[in-house]
Design a protein around this ligand. Sequence first.
Ligand SMILES: NC(=O)c1ccc[n+]([C@@H]2O[C@H](COP(=O)([O-])OP(=O)(O)OC[C@H]3O[C@@H](n4cnc5c(N)ncnc54)[C@H](OP(=O)(O)O)[C@@H]3O)[C@@H](O)[C@H]2O)c1
Length: 230
Amino acid sequence: MSISISTTKLKLPHHLSHDTSTSTSTSTSTSSVSAVVLLKNLLLLLLLWTDYTIHYSFALSGFGVSRVCVSAAFGGVGQLVGQFAKLMGCYVVGSAGNVSQVNLLKSKFGFDEAFNYREEHYLDAALKRYFSEGIDIYFENVGGKMLDAVLLNMRDHGRIVICGMISQYNLDRPERVGNLFLDFVLLLIKQGKIAYAEDITQGLENAPAALARVFSGFNMGKQVLAVSPQ
Ligand SMILES: NC(=O)c1ccc[n+]([C@@H]2O[C@H](COP(=O)([O-])OP(=O)(O)OC[C@H]3O[C@@H](n4cnc5c(N)ncnc54)[C@H](OP(=O)(O)O)[C@@H]3O)[C@@H](O)[C@H]2O)c1
């Protein structure tokens, strides 16, 4: 079923399509042999195109229509991502920073839905409003709170494409992302099923040496500098 969805939604581009009626009327010297060759080539082209669309839609969705979320959707990257996803038959929702951008995403760029992240006090609830069955693909441009909320709404086997995290670049300290596999990982750590090596150097005065160890490859595991016993 998903195959027919993806193949019927995508059309052969104009410059690749051939109208057989025009080719027969314009060329009286076209032999039956060249007509067969043309038909064969057309068939091959169609098969390749179909294979391409199927392959791509499978790469995107697995089965059915993918639900795609794009952050910073009105930015240079987001605008294109949303349009490509729509052309591939996905359901696409974008977040942007004001109501004019939200409206344009829907009216001009063809997004199914869009919302103003600045007006949403609970991003998790906003995402649930647009993705009642969860998100298949998240195209990440902003990071921080948005990423944290998206993680709560990802479907099993969903995918996150990380392009950038613009909300974090100018912060002194990055925002905490708390919803990243914590249930899974914490349990494994508590059960002692995860081994983790740290290379601890004592004392702030040894910071340059600790840093040098990282670049020379002498650190045995995560290099940590203990500045005080507390
Ligand atoms: N363009 C490239 O060549 C390139 C290459 C590699 C990676 N990237 C990454 O791709 C992402 C998007 O880049 P772009 O070129 O599309 O940028 P852009 O055209 O300059 O747009 C930036 C977008 O980010 C949004 N934004 C800014 N601060 C934000 C915040 N704190 N929270 C949420 N959204 C915020 C802005 O919307 P509002 O101000 O309305 O929120 C704006 O729509 C960035 O993470 C960037 O680092 C871009």
